[in-house]
Structures are given as structure tokens and as C-alpha cells.
Design a protein around this ligand. Structure first.
Ligand code: NAD
Ligand code: ZN
Length: 351
């Protein structure tokens, strides 16, 4: 089984073994570079050798982790490409999670004013979220995604088999974005996934496909986030701030773990504006907490996270702007909520 999704300028393939070979024969690159970290080199690169002769691949290794999503790492990537003779007709393959996709895509988009690249996402998060929608970039002085560009890959090639070696915590983190896609755009997906008790046994080809379709259609309608694309930030205004704050503790949260909390908080805000009923809010809270546990101990206070929320790129004129649910399966953006309600949402989360 395999699936294909046609975007305006490129194709996303799911579990189509031959697609990479096909792209390479269309592009006929002068050289091929593949960017990996120590995990994707060990777990994912070997299966690429079934498709591309290893002698034709120039491997660029970067260390794994968000702390390496920096301009310093880009300099090392650009330097290695230049040293190995990369020219305008070279191709970059980004084999990894969102860090490699964002950084490798940015490096390719800026090397010699831009060369072709293909995203080969290997985590659940990068398969359903980071690799689709054209946002590329790196962090600056610890501030996420400060430097970057919008640019599209030649193709996105998803292989759900890669998820077999992904640590469970990472799988669960990516699962939060699947739940989000359901909550903002497709109630049936939310109903299916939020009541699932064994994530590892899912038919990933199907769930990844359905989720990518949502991200694709939203980002195609509003590629540069002028309006509709903002709904993808549901759970992220509070979630991002909670995530950033957690980096100061000895138990930092993974992105999706923080977004799971953020979705509960922002569902409460949706209820406070009269969009969700108490029943709908309680169901969302209970199902997410069943999957992610109640991490109330690490939940900071509103006072502690507010400075981060105020820095959110989506804000306008100093007020925090949320993407909220108008009902399960539907979202709205540019919503404003009083800080006192946010405090109540945090209190209710811990209850
Ligand atoms: N561009 C976008 O629109 C967008 C959207 C969402 C997130 N992001 C970015 O994505 C990044 C997070 O991505 P992520 O969650 O994939 O994290 P990640 O790239 O750090 O990968 C998580 C970990 O899993 C390992 N790994 C990757 N694939 C593996 C596999 N198949 N088997 C075993 N281990 C594997 C990696 O080495 C790493 O240690 C963030 O930097 C975020 O800003 C971008
Ligand atoms: Zn996210």
C-alpha cells in the first residue's frame, strides 16, 4: 500500500519505496548530499542505501537535538557542501526529524541562493507537521525559529516504517499534533485518535495521510500565515510558553507534551468565550490527560509564562492572540481572552 498527495508545486509520497529513485532520476543532480544525525544515520540511512548507491551520497552529520538548530550548525553544513564541491545542481536530502528538516531545508534554500532539497521526515512530528507547509529555519540565542524562510521542497517522502525505532516518548509527542489536526479541522479524526489506547498499534500510513491532508490544505490556502494558517497554532500559545519555561527545570517537556497541556488550557479559553460546552471541554481534558498524564506538578504559574506568551509572533499590538476551537473539529483565530480567564484555565488544569 502507498499514498500520494499532490500539492501545488510538489508531491508528498507515503510509503512509496521507489519515489526517491524517481525524483533523483528526474533531477539528475550533480551531487547528492544527505543530512543525518547520529540516530537517523543508524536507524534510517541503511534503508536509503536500498534506493541510492552509497557511493553517490555525500553524508553530512550533525548532532541531534534542538540545541544544534543554529546558524553555527548551518555554517558547518554549508562549509562541508562547499568543500565537497556542491553546485547549483546539487541536491540535499534531509533525513531526520523536524530539526534536520528545518535546518537542512534552510541550508539548501540559501546555499548559492537556493538549491533543490527533498524532505525525508523520520519522526511522527516531522511527518505530519514540520515537513509540510514550507517553513524552514533555525533558532537564534535560544529563541525558536527566529531566522528562516518560506520555501518548498522538491518533494516530501514519508516512510512510516521509520517510526518503529522512534522512542515512545517522541511518538507520543508527535501524536499531540495529530490530535490538534483533528480538533481544529476534523472531528472524526479527533474522536478516533483521542480514544485510542495503544498508539504503537495504529495504522500509521492511514493516520499520517489524513493528518498531512489537513496541514496541506490549511497551508496551501494561506502559505504565509496571514489568516487561516493561524489555526494550526491551537494549543501553541500557552503550550509554547509552558515548553520554554520547562527548559529551566530538570524535567523539560517535549514539544508535544507541552502542546497537549496547551490544548487543554486553550479549550478552557474556548469554553469561556461560549464556543465549547462544559461537557465538550471536560471530554477534551479527560482524553488528553489519559494519554499524557496530568503533569500538573511541572505546570508553572500564569505569571511565569506570561512573558513568553507576550513574545509570541502571532500577537498584535501587545495583546495575546489565540487560535481557539469554535467547536470540536473547527477552529477560529485572532481571539482575545482576559488574563483572569487564563488564570482560571491553569487552575482548572491542575484540578
Ligand atoms: N517547519 C515547521 O512547520 C515545523 C512544524 C513543527 C515543528 N517544527 C520543528 O521541528 C522540530 C522538532 O522536530 P522533532 O520532534 O521531529 O524533533 P527532532 O528532529 O529533534 O527528533 C527527535 C529525536 O528523534 C531522533 N530520531 C529521528 N528519527 C528517528 C527514528 N526514525 N528512530 C529513532 N530516532 C529518531 C532524533 O535524532 C532526535 O533525537 C523543532 O525544531 C520544531 O521547531 C517545524
Ligand atoms: Zn507544534
Amino acid at each position: 500500500m502507498s499514498k500520494t498527495i499532490s500539492c501545488i508545486n510538489y508531491t508528498i509520497s507515503i510509503n512509496q519505496k521507489d519515489f526517491l529513485r524517481q525524483c533523483i532520476s528526474e533531477i539528475r543532480p550533480s551531487k547528492i548530499f544527505v543530512i543525518v544525525d547520529e540516530n537517523t544515520e543508524m536507524f534510517c540511512l541503511p534503508s536509503m542505501y536500498e534506493v541510492v548507491d552509497s557511493h553517490n551520497l555525500n553524508i553530512i552529520r550533525i548532532p541531534s537535538g534542538e540545541q544544534y538548530k543554529t546558524i553555527d550548525t548551518c555554517k558547518s553544513v554549508w562549509g562541508q557542501m562547499m568543500e565537497s564541491g556542491a553546485d547549483r545542481h546539487s541536491l540535499v536530502l534531509n533525513l531526520g526529524g523536524g530539526v534536520i528538516g528545518d535546518l537542512g531545508g534552510f541550508c539548501a534554500s540559501t546555499y548559492m541562493r537556493g538549491i533543490k532539497f527533498i524532505q525525508l521526515p523520520t519522526t511522527l512530528l516531522s511527518q505530519v507537521d514540520a515537513s509540510v507547509g514550507g517553513k524552514l529555519g533555525v533558532d537564534l540565542d535560544g529563541v525558536k525559529n527566529m531566522i528562516g524562510v518560506f520555501n518548498e521542497p522538491y518533494a516530501v517522502i514519508i516512510e512510516t516504517n521509520y517510526l518503529q525505532t522512534l522512542p515512545y516518548k517522541e511518538l507520543l509527542s508527535g501524536y499531540a499534533e495529530l490530535l490538534k489536526h483533528g480538533l481544529i479541522a476534523n472531528k472524526d479524526i479527533w474522536e478516533d485518535l483521542s480514544q485510542n489506547t495503544d498508539i504503537t498499534s495504529l495504522n500509521f500510513e492511514e493516520v499520517v495521510y489524513r493528518s498531512v491532508l489537513i496541514k496541506k490544505s490549511v497551508t496551501e490556502e494561506d502559505p504565509t500565515e496571514k489568516g487561516l494558517r493561524k489555526i494550526l497554532n491551537f494549543g501553541h500559545t500557552a503550550g509554547h510558553a509552558i515548553e520554554t519555561k520547562s527548559f529551566e527545570s530538570d524535567q523539560p517537556l517535549l514539544h508535544g507534551e507541552a502542546i497537549a497541556i496547551g490544548m487543554i488550557i486553550e479549550s478552557y479559553l474556548s469554553m469561556s468565550l461560549g464556543y465549547l460546552t462544559l461537557d465538550q471541554y471536560t471530554t477534551i481534558k479527560e482524553r488528553i490527560q489519559k494519554l499524557y498524564g496530568n503533569k500538573y506538578k511541572s505546570l508553572p504559574t500564569v505569571e511565569e509564562v506570561l512573558p513568553y506568551m507576550l513574545k509570541d509572533k502571532k500577537n498584535q499590538g501587545g495583546t495575546i492572540q489565540y487560535a481557539l476551537l469554535s467547536k470540536p473539529g473547527h477552529a477560529i483565530y485572532d481571539q482575545i481572552v482576559d488574563i483572569s480567564v487564563l488564570e482560571k484555565a491553569f487552575e482548572d488544569y491542575k484540578r
